[in-house]
Design a protein around this ligand. Sequence first.
Ligand SMILES: NC(=O)c1ccc[n+]([C@@H]2O[C@H](COP(=O)([O-])OP(=O)(O)OC[C@H]3O[C@@H](n4cnc5c(N)ncnc54)[C@H](OP(=O)(O)O)[C@@H]3O)[C@@H](O)[C@H]2O)c1
Length: 257
Amino acid sequence: MRPPSRPATWRATGKEIMSTLKGKTAVVTGGSRGIGLAIAHALAYRGANVVITGTTEKSLAGAAHELESAARGGSVMAQAADVRKYVDVERMLNAAASRFGGIDVLVNNAGVGVFTSVANMSVEQWHDVIDTNLTGAFYCCHAALPHLRARGGGWIINISSLAGKNPFVDGAAYCASKSGLNAFSESLMQEVRHDGIRVAYVMPGSVNTGFAGHPSGEDWKLAPEDVAEVVTDLIAHPSRSLPSRVEIRPARPPKKG
Ligand SMILES: NC(=O)c1ccc[n+]([C@@H]2O[C@H](COP(=O)([O-])OP(=O)(O)OC[C@H]3O[C@@H](n4cnc5c(N)ncnc54)[C@H](OP(=O)(O)O)[C@@H]3O)[C@@H](O)[C@H]2O)c1
């Protein structure tokens, strides 16, 4: 028996993702290592111009060099910009738009984690987490919206965390920042979807990076590339529907107890 014919929107193929991204410009905050670098890599490999940001010039330069060899048709730009500073964010987005003629995709990935009790957390640590993970995403969205509107639409993808819905001891600031990011993303999604701007947030579980001084090299964790694949799948998703929240977790974490 012949299988039923597939509707046109059956599944975005690699080729379709490629054509979705070819000639487009994507900004990835915190693109110098870890999940952000994997996302930048996936976007560059699929033909996009990619802009990566971070606060450390040296690691940005190394990451840009690595991305240039992965790029297929697009260009790579690295610019230091601290997402906690609106002036940095605005300057970076304006520079990206003027170099590439516009911005189509913003991935708010820059993030930090401080894991300690509320009693022991300093005021500076609290601000560092909230200002980077939550206010930083607001700054980037606020400054990017005019650019996305000028293009007639685009994507904003916020890298949140399962910590945003599963709070844990010593995670008060981090969990609050990601929970806030989830609510922010859902509000923004409803605000801008009529303008063709598609907002989604991705909530990964443990990812094998050096985040917050965590040991890397634990094979049971997600790979940064797993999160990157979710991002490129979102961008390739048929335009009639909007997957606005994605959870992704390790398939086989160590058993407890
Ligand atoms: N790893 C995990 O298990 C995990 C799980 C769920 C969600 N996440 C989320 O995924 C995102 C990336 O995490 P990761 O594991 O890839 O972390 P990572 O390896 O520590 O990388 C963090 C990136 O963010 C940049 N960054 C930090 N503060 C910044 C600031 N103020 N302005 C601009 N860039 C800044 C860093 O560059 P500089 O140091 O040069 O500034 C770096 O490029 C974060 O939002 C994190 O909360 C991670």
